[in-house]
Design a binder for this molecule. Structure first.
Ligand code: CA
Length: 614
């Protein structure tokens, strides 16, 4: 079966003749560029029949054609430009000549955004949402001519019609919820035949999928988020494209992607990079094997591919003024290239936020890619942030009430005790779940109490919390039913929805309670500097109770998590004397309860207390 699919893909890779109706330039990527960039270099990929035999000139002030690069495919020409500080925004006329034939192309130079990047840090809470599944703000784009897959809301893996307008329409809701940023699962064109809604099979790096809206609509969404003091993270994928990417019909070169005689899958083992004993063949497979049959693996060792990919990210940052990138499948592309990429982005936009998806339940492996990590093999990722899967997996088992040293709350304690591996653990993105996992609420036995414990923890421990859409109303999602069911439509996002989170209509008492709880904690966290940057001190969990403090020179917060399902637990201040010195009372921000005597008080079963100490 795989072999047959692969053979079908190979047919798509065989160059086809283009229509002979006169010479045209079909495509120039990037479609525009920017003045005022620190790095003057720009490489255009020009695509058109026999364009490789042309020369290129321009007389635009401050813009020079430095070199031309040709590949074995005559339909491509790579044009290296130098854009000096003299260049001002305008239309650059590029003149292509071959013998007596002449072509021109008008190339826009735009002004890059002013000011430093806003970035993300541990003062933020990022709301992750899937554009197809959050809200349908424009039903006229549910089906678009030229797009293969049609909308079908009855299928969990079909397109449901959500879009960028739907997100923009509900920014006020997100602002009230207390999140400070949104991360959109990919919105770039995915003109694939099936399951195109998830967005991880890019078919055009420079174009929003028209079923989500236009590039300008994305830019507008970023502007509207900024007006509310919120920021935006864009999801990018450098490891692979979709099998229906436009260039798959006529690849720039055979080595543009990794090709094998038959379909060859990655082994998904990033440990082969840092393992001193890894076999070369295993490491090769990790990097060059395909992530899936419909996801051709890009060859980032080809300098033209490297430049193409790096420029896509710079372009989206400068075009839309976005604030962060979440890089999918971070360890799968060529690691040195990825390191150069992160450096180039953060050199060009200092303070810009990038989080790499590194999905392993092992802090040692995650930390290999972390910011400022000096690995013994010399590798430096230059990556500002990594996804903290070990802490996530720990939360799935933490609230079961088990009290031995390796289960229950000790899962969390033990995961955090590995933080010596990270130079700056505050940069880790922490979460209870995401679009690829069974939702936390389902994972923990559909218990509202467990949700409250989990949220209390993730919003008060160290790191940058990320909240998956629907978590605030304890949406269910079971991976064994298929990925589509992890990404159900958000109630109220579709015209005619009987249940509506945005208006509060038709919600169950439990959903309302979860929403109120989430809103309370997030809005409290928003201005709580001690939670953002304060130090963390935690005590070995005992008797199903975990106690930790976030503190700085002016403030201290005591967090108590009682995972026992039945009994009250007595809290003895003496045990935490080292952290309570100088404080006599406190107030639990969840219940409003005042603790007059910190030396001795009780906590109810399955309850968290977040106590501001006085
Ligand atoms: Ca729509």
């Amino acid at each position: 079966m795989m072999k047959r699919i692969f053979q079908a893909l190979v047919l798509f890779m065989i160059p086809v003749l283009l229509p002979a109706k006169g010479q045209v330039i079909e495509r120039v990527d990037p479609p525009s560029w920017f003045t005022g960039m620190k790095n003057d270099a720009l490489q255009l990929m020009v695509y058109g029949r026999e364009i490789g035999s042309y020369d290129v000139k321009t007389d635009y002030p401050g813009v020079d054609v430095s070199t031309l690069v040709r590949t074995e495919n005559p339909n491509y020409l790579f044009v290296n430009l130098n854009i000096s500080d003299e260049a001002v925004p305008g239309i650059v006329t590029l003149t292509f000549t071959h013998g007596r034939q002449k072509l021109t192309h008008s190339y826009p130079l735009l002004a890059r955004p002013d000011g430093p990047a806003r970035g993300f840090n541990s003062s933020d809470v990022i709301y992750l949402l899937m554009p197809d599944r959050f809200a349908n703000g424009d039903t006229s784009n549910d089906n678009v001519a030229g797009m293969t897959e049609q909308a079908d809301r009855s299928k969990p893996g079909g397109r449901h019609g959500g879009d960028l307008k739907g997100i923009e329409d509900h920014l006020d809701y997100l602002h009230m919820l207390g999140v400070t940023g949104i991360w959109l699962n990919p919105f770039l064109e995915n003109n694939q035949q099936h399951s195109s809604y998830h967005g991880y099979s890019t078919t055009d790096f420079y174009k929003s999928d028209p079923r989500y809206g236009s590039n300008d609509e994305f830019k507008n969404l970023v502007t509207e988020a900024h007006k509310r003091g919120m920021k935006v993270v864009m999801d990018m994928i450098f490891n692979h494209t979709g099998s229906f990417h436009w260039w798959m019909k006529d690849l720039p070169s055979k080595d543009w992607i990794h090709q094998f005689d038959e379909f060859t899958r990655t082994n998904y083992r990033a440990s082969t990079y840092m393992d001193p004993y890894a076999a070369e063949s295993d490491r090769m497979l990790m990097e060059k094997g395909w992530f899936d049959v419909t996801m051709p693996d890009l060859n980032q060792s080809n300098p033209l591919v490297e430049t193409y990919l790096i420029q896509t990210s710079l372009w989206w940052i400068a075009f839309s003024d976005l604030d962060g990138i979440r890089m999918d499948t971070y360890p799968y592309p060529q690691p040195d290239m990825m390191s150069r990429w992160a450096k180039r982005v953060t050199d060009e936009f200092p303070g810009f936020f990038i989080v790499g998806e590194v999905w392993y339940d092992d802090p040692a492996q995650i930390s290999y890619w972390a910011y400022n990590k000096k690995n013994s093999d010399g590798y430096r990722s230059n990556l500002p942030s990594v996804t903290d899967f070990p802490v996530c997996f720990a939360t799935h088992r933490a609230f079961e009430g088990k009290t031995n040293p390796t289960d229950g709350l000790s899962k969390i304690y033990n995961a955090l005790s590995q933080d010596y591996l990270y130079p700056e653990p505050l940069r880790n993105v922490i979460f209870l779940d995401n679009h690829d996992m069974t939702r936390f609420y389902t994972q923990t036995g559909k218990s509202l109490e467990a949700y409250k414990l989990g949220l209390s923890f993730i919003m008060t421990t160290r790191g940058i919390p990320q909240l998956y859409y629907g978590t605030e109303i304890v949406m269910e999602g079971d991976k064994s039913l298929g990925d589509g069911r992890l990404r159900d439509d958000f109630p109220g996002g579709w015209p005619g929805d009987a249940r509506n989170v945005f208006t509060g209509t038709g919600l169950t008492e439990q959903e309302k309670e979860a929403l109120d709880f989430t809103t309370l904690i997030l809005n409290w966290r928003k201005n709580k500097e001690v939670i953002h940057t304060g130090k963390l001190k935690h005590y070995i969990p005992s008797d199903g109770v975990y106690v930790y403090f976030r503190y700085d020179c002016s403030e201290s917060v005591m967090v108590i998590i009682n995972a026992n399902s039945k009994e009250n637990r007595a809290i003895s201040g003496e045990k935490y004397a080292g952290s309570l010195e100088g404080f006599t009372s406190g107030t639990d921000i969840i219940s409003g309860r005042k603790i007059d005597d910190l030396k001795s008080f009780t906590i109810a079963p399955q309850t968290a207390m977040i106590i501001e100490l006085k």
